[in-house]
Design a protein around this ligand. Structure first.
Ligand SMILES: Nc1ncnc2c1ncn2[C@@H]1O[C@H](COP(=O)(O)OP(=O)(O)OP(=O)(O)O)[C@@H](O)[C@H]1O
Ligand SMILES: [Mg+2]
Length: 408
């Protein structure tokens, strides 16, 4: 076992997963690789919207694809994080930053083909990847703030990277939240797409454009400028399967030479409910609690699950709940819901069941309660009328532990 100072957890609850621990998503990867990268390589531009709930793994997928694009498919990846962007100028800065940061994928090639061009563009003698001056980026951003400006810039990059067998550009715009409902952003995307499409074949930039976001941001984007809807093919990402979860836990523990009982792995996989973020929280709790050389046992797995459940409650659930369920009546309803799901030991419950347990006053507030629980992503309708499910096993366990008055 490494000493305390040397210990490094292979779990990343708050960051996109490193390439070597990325699991699953085979269908989505195949689709984007074949229908996206394959087409772009032949000169045809393609565009996707990767849609999935908070924390389901959109950014991890995007980063993994960026890596694959550069190392296996001959596309130059530009992974731009738009978190915090409020204007097209901010978007332009994020794209410039992403072009410079693309050095990490292939430093030698980047330096040979882009170092000087970007240095000239930004008015610096030489750009050394991460060593850029943020102020200079801000000064040059207005040059690419229009869709024509960006297209011109991407074409300049493409003509350079093409010399070393890059067949196109993979532009990823992740975390579009702050920009999604802005009309000028939606028009900018549509303008970029259409203007590129009407160029002569030689002047076109083979472009794989990928946006990542939750459904309501996609809707906001489309509402801002309806025609933008036509350019995207939507790729949904959801829960990981039991098998994928088990592969993940085994791979992560193997990577730090920790052994485990197979039952323990199954336990972790089951309780994570296929939410990648929860897998990392569970794994991390177990990693730090385990001592000695023995395999990780099911009991340790259960303790880790409980630890992760506490963190979810404290960090992700409670602040929202306290905000959303401000009245005593709502908390009283939650307690009754906790008793129901504890009795049935199931995440699924019906509106009718809940209603029978409530006082008349509480019944009047029940639908509001259910809506608020939906809005904070604690429950979701199952599709059967009047039936809901607590969103995952960890929230289920947290609600039972914290709010049920029933004896174990
Ligand atoms: N395919 C995967 N394999 C292993 N871990 C993953 C995978 N996808 C995501 N994760 C992990 O799940 C968590 C959430 O991932 P990520 O940040 O990519 O999600 P997201 O959908 O972009 O979230 P947000 O909605 O907050 O932007 C992180 O801890 C990440 O390391
Ligand atoms: Mg993300």
């Amino acid at each position: 076992m490494p000493t305390v100072m040397e210990k490094k957890s292979p779990f990343y609850p708050d960051q996109p997963v490193p390439i070597e621990l990325f699991v699953g998503r085979e269908n989505e990867l195949d689709r984007i690789t074949e229908r996206g990268m394959g087409q772009v390589k032949q000169g045809k531009s393609v565009s996707f919207f990767v849609r999935g709930d908070y924390g389901i793994g959109k950014s991890s997928l995007a980063r993994y694809l960026a890596w694959k694009a550069e190392t296996e498919h001959g596309l130059f990846p530009v992974y731009a994080q738009l978190a915090g962007c409020k204007s097209l100028n901010d978007v332009a800065v994020a794209i410039l930053q992403a072009v410079i940061d693309a050095e990490i994928y292939n430093p030698k090639r980047w330096k040979e083909h882009l170092g000087k061009f970007l240095g000239d563009f930004l008015g610096e003698v030489e750009i050394m990847g991460f060593g850029y001056n943020f102020e200079k980026l801000r000064q040059q951003a207005p040059n690419i703030v229009s869709h024509q400006g960006l297209l011109h810039f991407l074409r300049a990059i493409y003509t350079r990277v093409k010399r070393s067998e890059s067949y196109g550009i993979f532009l990823i715009l992740d975390e579009i939240n702050g920009m999604a409902s802005q009309v000028d952003f939606a028009q900018f995307l549509k303008g970029l797409w259409d203007t590129n499409a009407v160029q002569s074949k030689d002047a076109q930039v083979p472009l794989l454009l990928m946006l990542c976001g939750v459904e309501h941001r996609r809707r906001a984007l489309v509402e801002a400028h309806e025609p933008v809807n036509r350019i995207f093919d939507v790729v949904d990402i959801g829960h990981l399967s039991m098998e994928e979860r088990e592969v993940f836990f085994r791979r992560a523990f193997d990577s730090v030479f920790m052994t485990y009982e197979l039952e323990a792995i199954k336990h972790m996989a089951m309780w994570s409910s296929g939410f990648p973020k929860i897998m990392h929280l569970i794994g991390d709790a177990i990693y730090w609690a385990h001592t000695g050389e023995n395999p990780i046992t099911t009991i340790e797995a259960s303790n880790g699950i409980q630890g992760a459940c506490e963190i979810i409650g404290r960090k992700y659930f409670e602040p929202n709940v306290l905000h959303a369920l401000q009245s005593k009546d709502y908390v009283a309803i939650l307690k009754k819901l906790a008793d129901i799901v504890k009795d049935s030991w199931s995440t699924v419950f019906t509106r009718a069941d809940l209603k029978t347990k409530l006082s008349q006053k509480e019944q009047l507030k029940m639908d509001n309660f259910l809506n608020r629980m939906k809005n904070i992503h604690a429950i979701t309708p199952t599709g059967i009328k009047g039936e809901y499910a607590i969103i995952n096993n960890m929230i289920f366990m947290y609600i039972v532990m914290k709010f049920s008055s029933k004896e174990a």
